[in-house]
Design a protein around this ligand. Structure first.
Ligand SMILES: [Zn+2]
Ligand SMILES: [Zn+2]
Length: 181
């Protein structure tokens, strides 16, 4: 005779009937009634997994815009744009100041030369060498004025535009895809 096994129902209250039906999943033996209950337990667990499946789907579909990769890219773009704009604004300001200073210098030098000439003219106090000296000074001022225009702009190129923002795809966990039986 086969050894009698008690129903292995683990929930309260304990069952005193003999276990006649074996569950192929967990190998526990149950009485007919508890075999039924055990199947209901498994069904409830499957239903829970089905609900979780929907929850995970909902969560995955409703991507949170905060902290998202897109937001990081937006912020980076804004920061870089702001830095480049700031850098360009500063550079423009420097160029304008240099031009302005150069013009003022030329104006001041010409004014001095002019005052000197007017004074000499008024006093009728000049000779060829004075005129030559004035002419030389004027030439220098003119040359300097032309030189003031030649402002050198050194632009730092960005070497790798393609690598400015790099994106890495997350590695997925992939379990063996067994068929449901
Ligand atoms: Zn079982
Ligand atoms: Zn039982």
């Amino acid at each position: 005779m086969p050894v009698q096994t008690r129903c292995q129902w683990i929930q309260d209250p304990p069952c005193t009937k003999s276990g006649q039906v074996v569950c192929e999943g967990c190998s526990r033996k149950h009485c007919a009634q508890h075999h039924c209950s055990h199947r209901q337990e498994l069904e409830a667990k499957l239903d829970e997994l089905l609900r979780n499946n929907e929850t995970v789907l909902d969560q995955a579909q409703a991507a949170n815009p905060k902290d998202s990769a897109l937001q990081q890219i937006d912020e980076y773009e804004a920061q870089m744009t702001a830095k480049i704009r700031e850098s360009a604004d500063n550079a423009r300001q420097k160029v304008r100041r240099i031009i302005e200073d150069g013009k003022n210098d030329v104006k001041k030098e010409l004014q001095e030369i002019r005052n000197g000439m007017l004074e000499k003219k008024q006093n009728d106090d000049y000779f060829e060498n004075d005129l030559k000296a004035i002419e030389n000074k004027m030439n220098d001022v003119q040359k300097n004025a032309a030189r003031q225009q030649q402002i050198k702009v050194i632009l730092q190129p960005i070497q790798q535009w393609d690598h400015l923002i790099q994106i890495e795809k997350p590695v997925s966990i992939r379990r063996g895809r067994k068929r449901f039986d």
